[in-house]
Every structure is written in structure tokens, then in C-alpha cells.
Design a protein around this ligand. Sequence first.
Ligand SMILES: [Ca+2]
Ligand SMILES: [Ca+2]
Length: 208
Amino acid sequence: MNKKVFYSSILIAIVVIGAIAGTYAYFTATRTTNANRFISGTLDLDVAANGNKLEPFIIENMGATGNIGGTKTWTIKNTGSLPGRLFVRLQNVINEENGCNDQEKVADPNCEAPDKEGNLGDAITLKVSLDGTDMVESTLATVDQTKIGQDWYNLESIVLQPNEEREVTVYWNADQSSYGNEVQSDSVQFDVNFRLIQLIEGEYPSNI
Ligand SMILES: [Ca+2]
Ligand SMILES: [Ca+2]
């Protein structure tokens, strides 16, 4: 009987000591920050080729030589304060007939039809490289407009840190065996669109 009481006393004593210790256990120091602000970071990019800002370009008057090819390089710079994922896509792909002569009519019988799309884009392959490594390619046919962007989307993320620069080069090529009279006077134009998009958790929507 005495032992039980003793244990109870010990228990009570410990609890009391704990409570006392708890009361005095904290060193505290308090400061209050004033004028808190949340400032959003920035995401911006600069695109330049030979000092010129982003511009559409037109490939026309093909035929002076059989094999047509060219290249253009842009330096892409993250000028913001946040990292961003780089996306590249083609936009505003426009294939035009621009009329047709007798020779073209033989190869392209509907070339005079209203709103007939030109055939030149079908004959041109466009490759996009990053820092000298080929990444994606497509023809410049209007129906293929989204291919470059979709294939780029499927690449492993390409992230530019603030102030980081990457070089994107576009190569176009039309082998002389890839076209004939059906492209006479036809033209194709397109924009290359670069975007830096804020890093997010998880996947980007596929239609980004
Ligand atoms: Ca034509
Ligand atoms: Ca044509």
C-alpha cells in the first residue's frame, strides 16, 4: 500500500517538475519584420540574330540553283530573374501559289483554284538545332505546322537560367529531287516562335 502511494507521489512530482520546466523552458527572442512585400520574379527573353530582333523570313525565288538550302541562327537570352523552360514552334505557316504558268499547270492541275495552297513547303525540310545539335525537323507544309512545336515539347526540358544564352539555328533544305514544276512561283513563309515559360510542378499541358 505504501509502495503504491510512493509511486504515485513520484509520478506527480515528475509531472509537476515537467510543468515547471515547461513554463521556463523557452528562451525567446522576438523581432517583427515591417513592410513585408512579395515581389514577383520576371520571365523575359531576348531573341536576336545579327542584332536584329525576331522576324519572320520568307524563302522565295527558288530555282536559281537546284539544291536550295540556308541557315539562320538566333541567340536566345533569358533576361528575367527566374529560370524558364524554352519552347520553340512554327507559327503562321503560309503556302501560296502566286498564280501558275503553263508549265506549272501540267504538274499542278488545280493551281489556279481559289485559295489553293502552294506546294513549296512540301519540298522544304526544316531542322532546328540547339547549340549545334539537331533537335527536331519537319517539312514546311501547312499541315505540318505543329510538328516542330510538338516534337520540341517532347524533348527533355531545356531550361535557361537568368542571363543564360543558347543558340538556336534553323536549317532549311530542298533537294533538287524533292520538287518540280508544281512549285513554280509558289512561296512559303513562317514565323519561328520562342517562348520561355515559368517552371512548374509536373507536366506542362501538351497544347502549351
Ligand atoms: Ca504557283
Ligand atoms: Ca503550285
